[in-house]
Design a protein around this ligand. Structure first.
Ligand code: ISJ
Length: 98
């Protein structure tokens, strides 16, 4: 192995270690978020509130897109990602109500 290729292998490993740590943060963060949304779902079911709240969703999407721009993340990706998660949450809320 040349010096250049062993340095490349070292850098690849460092990046992958960081990716693994960040993936763990994502999974634990998502799990914590779902715990809160499940609690919201139970509250909504107990108080006959609708599963989705479009005003709150649009405020969140706006906020997330501002943060994404600040963080140098594609705001369109951030929007799609949050919409995907919210879609899952609403399905959970509908189950609470059935
Ligand atoms: C969690 C809630 O329920 C739904 C899910 C949301 C979310 O995952 O962020 C936001 C709004 C609602 O459509 C809520 O009303 O706060």
């Amino acid at each position: 192995m040349t010096d250049a290729s062993s340095r490349a292998a070292e850098l690849l490993k460092e990046h992958r270690d960081s990716i693994d740590r960040l993936d763990a943060v994502l999974v634990y963060t998502l799990a914590e978020r779902f715990k809160h949304t499940q609690a919201v779902g139970r509250l909504k079911a107990e108080h006959a509130l609708p599963p989705s709240d479009p005003l709150r969703e649009s405020q969140q999407i706006e906020r997330l897109q501002r943060m994404a721009l600040d963080a140098d993340l594609d705001p369109e990706f951030a929007k799609n990602f949050l919409n995907f998660i919210i879609g899952e949450v609403i399905q959970h809320h509908k189950k609470h109500q059935s």
